[in-house]
Design a protein around this ligand. Structure first.
Ligand code: IPE
Ligand code: IPE
Ligand code: MG
Length: 224
């Protein structure tokens, strides 16, 4: 099973506590750890894709963007041991060429050191936008002079290149009911859940409840 999550609501969570938005991102990072650990211990879940920074998030104040980049770098440095302990493979989708060399190297190193694990693949969507991903995939096909087919487009998306399958279950926290340019192609037949819980308050228990609900849904994929 592939679960994709739009981790939203860090800023509102912080505001409600009278704190700076960055405090919400810090707690949000802790939740990423809890949810990833839960997924690595659930044998049914093989992929967990988390929206961490969108192609549109560059519009935020410079200080917030810088904070998020630093948080990501520190997180990868600190959590490498958790990836190893839980046997989690780390992958990335999105165009990270816009990140600093230091952060790109950290990402490369984390991928390299976790590449042989297979209990769970945790995918971070970084400088990710679905339209950007689809556009880059089509450019690749044109460059290679390959035929434009659904299969070839799928294979040339960032997900396809990394052998990440389509999404089964999509969750968005914080009460917003939109996709915000996330995995538009890959959620074609995903089941969707929108919860009002803000990301810093999201728990493995709530994820477990959503998974139980998901199992009750009948997925027809256009058949009867
Ligand atoms: C999601 O929380 C985290 C990122 C986009 C990095 P937000 O920062 O969007 O929080 P809200 O939506 O403003 O509450
Ligand atoms: C989507 O959340 C991006 C991430 C969770 C990284 P946003 O907060 O950026 O989305 P909008 O602006 O509310 O649609
Ligand atoms: Mg938001």
């Amino acid at each position: 099973m592939h679960i994709a999550i739009i981790m939203d609501g860090n800023g509102r969570w912080a505001k409600a506590q009278g704190k700076n938005r960055t405090e919400g991102h810090k707690i949000g990072a802790k939740v990423v750890k809890d949810i990833t650990t839960y997924c690595s211990n659930n044998e049914e879940i093989k992929y967990l894709t988390l929206y961490a920074f969108s192609t549109e998030n560059w519009k935020r104040p410079k200080l917030e963007v810088e904070f998020l980049m630093k948080l990501l770098d520190n997180w990868l440095k600190k959590e490498l041991e958790t990836y190893i302990k839980n046997e989690v493979k780390f992958e990335v989708i999105g165009d990270i060429s816009k990140f600093s060399k230091k952060l790109q190297n950290r990402i490369k190193e984390t991928k390299e050191k976790t590449k042989n694990f297979n209990r769970l693949t945790q995918v971070l969507a970084l400088n990710y936008g679905s339209r950007d991903e689809i556009t880059r995939a089509i450019k690749r096909l044109c460059d290679k002079n390959e035929e434009i087919t659904e299969e070839n487009i799928s294979k040339n998306l960032d997900t396809g290149i990394n052998n990440i399958p389509d999404v089964d279950l999509l969750i968005r926290t914080s009460g917003e009911v939109r996709l915000s340019n996330y995995l538009l192609w890959q959620v074609a037949y995903a089941e969707m859940f929108f919860t009002p819980t803000l990301w810093p308050d999201f728990t493995p228990q709530e994820l477990n409840n959503i998974i139980q609900d998901f199992k009750k849904r009948e997925r027809r994929f256009g058949g009867i």
